[in-house]
Design a protein around this ligand. Sequence first.
Ligand SMILES: Cc1cc2nc3c(=O)[nH]c(=O)nc-3n(C[C@H](O)[C@H](O)[C@H](O)COP(=O)(O)O)c2cc1C
Length: 139
Amino acid sequence: MKVAVIYASTTGNTEAMANAVLDSVKAAGAEVVFAKADNADSNTVLGCDVLFLGSPAMGAEVLEDSMEEFFSGIEGSLSGKKVAVFGSYDWGDGQWIRDWVDRIGAAGAVSVAEPFAVNLTPSDADIAKCKEWSVSAIK
Ligand SMILES: Cc1cc2nc3c(=O)[nH]c(=O)nc-3n(C[C@H](O)[C@H](O)[C@H](O)COP(=O)(O)O)c2cc1C
C-alpha cells in the first residue's frame, strides 16, 4: 500500500503529528510519500492509495496558505480517493477542519477516519493517539 503524508506547519505542531503518522504507517508496512505541502508533487500524491493531509488552523478558521494552494490543486481530482486530515489549532472550535472534511466530501473523496485535531502542541498521549488513528485509517 502506498500512503501520502502531506502537511503544512508554522511552529512544528502539525509537523509533530505528521511525523507520528509517518512512523506508524511505515511500521504498519506502507510505502510512504512524505512532504511539506509547498514541496509536494500532486501527481505522486494522487497515485497513492490513502492520503493523509495536515494543516493548522490559520487566518480565520482556514487552511495554512501552502496547504490551501496544494489542496485546491488536487481538489478536482479527489473523486473516490481515501483521505484523512489532521492538524493543530488554538482558540477555535475546529471549524477549519470540519470545513476541510466538507470540501473532501464535496470532491467525492472518502474520509477514512474522523479528522484528528490537537490543541496547540501534541502531548505524548496525543502522539500515541495520532499513531493509532493513522494505522486504523489504512486498515
Ligand atoms: C496567523 C495565525 C492565525 C491563526 N488562526 C487560528 C484560527 O483561526 N483558529 C484556531 O483555532 N487557531 C488559529 N491559530 C493558532 C494555530 O492554529 C496554532 O498555533 C497551531 O498550533 C499552529 O500549528 P503549527 O505549529 O502546525 O503551525 C492561528 C495562528 C496564527 C499564527
